[in-house]
Design a protein around this ligand. Structure first.
Ligand code: CO8
Length: 260
């Protein structure tokens, strides 16, 4: 597909999506959200991609938020539509059958932080800055930040970030559990790609089931979630990869995954 505000590049089984509006610090406008949605549909259906990586163009920003110039004149009904458009996209990312990694290469603010929150794993450059500054604009996070952030870092810290609008460093974000890992700026892309390729080389049915067990299980009471885990665990024993993985271990050789 051709997208005006996205760059797509394939690295083996990993597709890298670069949000490409560097003059606006990669702020997400409705056009870019639509392109991301269409791109996700295509990548989702493409078996050549096992893992997706999202980053921002330039060296200043991952995504500096929703596009404020688009939001400023909205009436409540239009604002709801824009909120729903991105919420729908971010839900798709969260529930994608592929693993999605965010390489946070600069500002991840407001909607940019919310985009990163919808990803499975977040790596940040050591100069990156994260935050939910919507309060400073007289609004609240509207792309699921009020829900994903407290689920990830706890209510108290999430409220502090949203109520103060403070920007925090990558290291502070790592301490909070908001990012998985901080790496030097010039190593971010390669380190994230390396992790993406490592996950792409694993047996993909088990990869998907881990994502499903964690994401769906976290929304259930723990006893139900544990029952659910047992069902997904049992399902692994219907795969060729379970037979192969265990045979390879016992025969002291590398497994040859079939992803089925
Ligand atoms: N939207 C639109 N344009 C932006 C945005 C943005 N979020 N962020 C930066 N830009 C633009 C600037 O306007 C500027 O454009 P121009 O050169 O034409 O003047 C260009 O990017 C460069 O930005 P700065 O000159 O401001 O760069 P600085 O290095 O001085 O500052 C900052 C960088 C600190 C990141 C600063 O740009 C900033 O504070 N940006 C806004 C951050 C923000 O508040 N983000 C949250 C937005 S709200 C949101 O995301 C809510 C989503 C949910 C919406 C629900 C639907 C209604």
């Amino acid at each position: 597909m051709s997208a005006k505000n996205l760059l797509l590049k394939q690295y083996g089984e990993v597709t890298v999506i670069t949000i490409n509006r560097p003059d606006a610090l990669n702020a997400l406008n409705p056009e870019t959200l639509k392109e991301l949605d269409e791109t996700f549909s295509e990548i989702e259906a493409n078996p050549a991609t096992k893992v997706i990586m999202i980053t921002g163009a330039g060296d200043k920003a991952f995504v500096a938020g929703g596009d404020i110039s688009v939001m400023q004149p909205l009436n409540p009904l239009q604002a709801r539509t824009v909120a729903r458009q991105a919420q729908h996209l971010f839900n798709r990312i969260e529930h994608s059958t592929k693993i999605v990694l965010a390489a946070i290469n600069g500002y991840a603010l407001g909607g940019g932080c919310e985009l990163a929150l919808a990803c499975d794993i977040r790596l940040a450059a050591d100069s990156a800055k994260l935050g939910q500054p919507e309060i400073n604009l007289g609004i609240i996070p509207g792309w699921a930040g009020t829900q994903r952030l407290p689920r990830l870092i706890g209510k108290g810290k999430a409220k502090e970030l949203m109520l103060t609008g403070n920007m925090i460093s990558a290291l502070q974000a790592e301490k909070l559990g908001l990012v998985n890992k901080v790496v030097p700026d010039d190593k971010l892309f390669d380190t994230t790609l390396e992790m993406a390729q490592k996950i792409a080389a694993k047996p993909q049915v088990a990869v998907r089931l881990i994502k499903q067990a964690v994401d769906n299980g976290m929304e259930m009471p723990v006893d139900k979630a544990i029952d659910y885990e047992a069902e997904l665990f049992a399902l692994c024993f219907a795969t060729e990869d379970q037979k192969e993985g265990m045979a390879a271990f016992l025969e002291k050789r590398e497994p040859n995954w079939k992803d089925c």
